[in-house]
Each structure stands twice: as C-alpha cells, then as structure tokens.
Ligand binder design. Structure first.
Ligand SMILES: [Zn+2]
Length: 222
C-alpha cells in the first residue's frame, strides 16, 4: 500500500481499477473494489501495512462497473463491511438491470452484475463519514465522486482517467460523454483539491486544482 497523505492510502498491487482507503474516526472506508480477484490482494496489502481488516467499516462505490465492484463479494464474505452504492447505480449493482451503455456500434457485450446487494444507497451532497458525495453522471448514469473537505482530496472515479495525462473515460464504456464533460465542469467549479485520486492511474498531488481547471478547460467543460 502507498500512503498518499495522513489517513489516506491506495493499493499498489491491483491490476485494474484503483482502490483507496480512508481512515475515519470509527474505522476505515474503502472506495471502490477493483476486479473480482482483488479481494485477497486488498486484505493482504492491508495486513502487510498493519491496517486491521476488522476496522473496515464501509465500502463506497463510485459506479457499478465490473472493474470497480469486483471484490465486493469477497470483502463482504471476509469482513463486516457496509456496502454503500450511489442511488442511481443501485439497480445495476444489485443485478436488477444491465449496465447502461453508450448508444453506437462499438457496444461492449451486455453485462449484468451478479452476487451483490447494496446495504444502503448514497445521493448527491450526502456525507458518509467525512466524505461528501458529488453527483457526476455521464460515464455511468448514477456515478458519484467523493470529496474529502478536510484534506481536500477529490476521488473522481471514472469521470476523469489519468493514464500519463488526464483524459476523458473510454467512449464505448461511457453512457453519455457530453453529460460526463458537464460533470467535469461541476467538479472544477465546486472544489479546489490538493490531491486528485482517479479510478484509473496515479494520483496527482502537484497543483491539483490548477491541473483540474486546465483539463476542464481543455475538454470544454468550463
Ligand atoms: Zn467505469
């Protein structure tokens, strides 16, 4: 695991789909759950870092895509985690609806998630521990980003990717790109982060606010 700042870590041995751990007064909040085989790695990395898995309280999901929810069944089986899912992603998360896809020819196969059930949902503006949900629909219809106001850390989920540079999420996997761009504008106009933590790619800790603003302008979001 890598400590990003006091009380916030990320996992370093996961292949796809970044997972974060935030220390709260009553225990740990995980953000997202990577791929199905990631459960063991998440718990092993925590143990190696001296972070007790008994202290995992919550798992906050940004959106119901397979590379962000994969380890949910394994974590539920191994810990007392409460699984908290965006209101607008609950049906897809619980497997009641297929994952929403963009219209067009490059459609990925129909995907229905299986084996998971949200313990509760979270909506725009709500506080879960110290983290505040910010509605950022577009990549997925009910996508939420999470904001840590004290540490000024923004967890973007898949609204923005960071693969070498900041970029828009993959088009075939994004249900409404224009809406996603508006969500980037909302983030750029709502928060002034000290650190950007993405669903894919390395966090950004240098000039984070400026970099977010520059990217938002580049994609025409502000
Ligand atoms: Zn995604």
């Amino acid at each position: 695991m890598k400590k990003l700042t006091d009380g916030i870590w990320t996992f370093t041995k996961l292949r796809v789909g970044r997972v974060y751990l935030v220390e709260e007064a009553d225990g740990y909040t995980l953000i997202d759950a990577s791929l199905p085989n990631a459960g063991k790695t998440i718990l092993a990395e925590m143990a190696a870092a001296g972070l007790a898995q008994e202290r995992i309280k919550r798992l906050l999901i940004t959106h119901a895509h397979p590379d962000h929810v994969g380890a949910v069944p394994a974590l539920v089986a191994a810990t007392n985690v409460e699984v908290i899912v965006p209101e607008g992603e609950r049906a897809a998360f619980d497997g009641e609806a297929a994952i929403a896809r963009a219209p067009g020819l490059l459609k990925p196969p129909r995907t229905v998630l299986q084996g998971m059930k949200a313990d509760r949902t979270v909506a725009d503006g709500e506080l879960i521990g110290t983290l505040q949900a910010i509605a950022t629909p577009g990549h997925a219809p009910g996508h939420l980003s999470y904001w840590h106001p004290d540490k000024r850390v923004l967890f973007t989920g898949d609204v923005i990717f960071h693969t070498r540079t900041m970029r828009l999420p993959y088009k075939p996997l994004t249900v409404d790109m224009a809406m996603n761009v508006r969500s980037i504008g909302r983030l750029a106009q709502t928060v002034e982060p000290q650190m950007l933590c993405f669903g894919h790619g390395q966090p950004i800790a240098d000039n984070a606010t400026e970099q977010l603003q520059t990217f938002a302008r580049k994609v025409g979001a502000i």
